[in-house]
Design a protein around this ligand. Sequence first.
Ligand code: NDP
Length: 405
Amino acid sequence: MTTLPSSRRHFLLSSAGLTCLADLHRSFAAPVRTEPETATSSAALPALAPPDKQPQNLQIPQKPTKQLGWAIVGLGELALGEVLPAFGECELSKPVALVSGHPDKARRVADFYGIERNAIYNYDNYDRLADDPRVDVIYIILPNSMHAEYTIRGLKAGKHVLCEKPMATSPDEARQMIAASKEAQRHLMIAYRLHYEPFNQRAMEICKSGALGKIRTFASTNGQNVKAPNIRLSARLGGGPLGDVGVYSINAARYTLGEEPVEVFAVAQQPKDDPRFREVPESVAFTLRYPSGALAHCDCGFGMTESRFYEVHGTEGTLRMQPAFSYRGLRLHVRDSEAKGGTDESRELLLEPKNHFSQEMDHFSQVVMNNETCRTPGEMGLADMVIIEALERSLKTNAPVRLDG
Ligand code: NDP
């Protein structure tokens, strides 16, 4: 597999890089001619940049006619590090309210993003969002054990809800969330951001197109080193590697294979000598079997250096995404089979990256504005919760669990 060093790759990708290359090429291709100096006065020459006119192709930013107001619930790492900054790249969505247990932090965040101070709520007066006409959508970015309660309360308040992954801590909770959305006639979407960014979208298209032939196996790792204290290490808050990071592999297996597993098996490691893993496993390895005969083997963990990839192996080709689940810097390689006239070398598909969160939020705003169907509905979150629960049962029984019975 040949890859370009990232600095060179970015140089080649950028338009500035292309311009430089073109200039360089011209400077070698054209012989240098020295014009004799003329006596023309500079007054007779046309102005090079007329100050009284706008450049012809000047792009003046236009405010969209309508933007939906979003309330951000839980001002933790994801909300502050990724979600709130991503509104800067949104066209249809703007932050208008905050919900937090820490009023000082919330005031500072509100002032920074131009959110009115009277649009700061806490977990007790959260239901008053019902009376706030500035808010159309609520984005739940709380510990997993709080997703169901705050989603259901948000829907009952008459708002549309985007809920972070994993959707909940059990299939039952997920079903209650879907029922609440139907009853309130409000949209519910799960924040599977990879469905809204170009690299994973292209991987989905390639697998669906049949270009890899019949898919036989899917392999994936998603892991990181988690330092205490962290919600991910708390059983009470719905932590653990399966729901936090394993869910990406489970979801990616679905969007590349295009089917649901019929049987699952999992093994876990929970070291007794590492206090971080008193309540949740350090790592989990699991296998999923699909009706077509395809197999997925995945692992996830909280004790490893960051590693996030998947590979799809078909009868006619192979696809590799590494990193696959990170916020930035995704890389996609495809290898066609020699039998189909391809080579044994993989080629890298160079796509223009987009901010996952702004794409996702604007998709949901559009769904709400036009009353459309979203790409990652509650039902998708429920399907993942069913698989996670079966994997947890497999861990307890040390046996495979069937999902088709
Ligand atoms: P953090 O622990 O950094 O933030 C969680 C926030 O929830 C806290 O800052 C706090 O906000 C609020 N909160 C309310 N009650 C509690 C409680 N009892 N204990 C701890 N926090 C509480 O977590 P993250 O931001 O990393 O993750 C939040 C959610 O986002 C999780 O569901 C996670 O799975 C998901 N996530 C998704 C990612 C993605 O790429 N889609 C990436 C990272 C996380 P306050 O102080 O304002 O009340």
